[in-house]
Write a protein that binds this ligand. Sequence first.
Ligand code: NI
Length: 138
Amino acid sequence: MSELVRFGVSISNELLEKFDKLIKERNYTNRSEAFRDLIRQELIKKEWQEGEDIAGAITLIYDHHRKDLLNRITDIQHNFQKAIISTQHIHLDHNNCLEIVAVRGNPVEVKRLADMLTSIKGVKHGILSMSSTGESIG
Ligand code: NI
């Protein structure tokens, strides 16, 4: 772990009050951890924009009874083996399936995979959670 460094931040009272209210709502116990997370969030955004090695997850909710849908989702995943680390399928209830696709690698490829999966007709909800391999966010 790298050495901790302290530094001062000049900020208006008004903005600091808003920040404190926000981090309290998000359950942070101190400003430092909240501030570090904000920085990490920006660094992750940059990783995705600049094509660095990223990690994340694609979450899909779809109709269990649409077998064509299941085949389509599986076919697409077979074409993106390099980006997919693992897939978890959960039978949510009688009608709905939840699928979590853990991804890693090139952000352009991962976004393309997410777009293809979430845009399939019959997928009720799909979202890409953009995260990091952890190596470049300290
Ligand atoms: Ni299912």
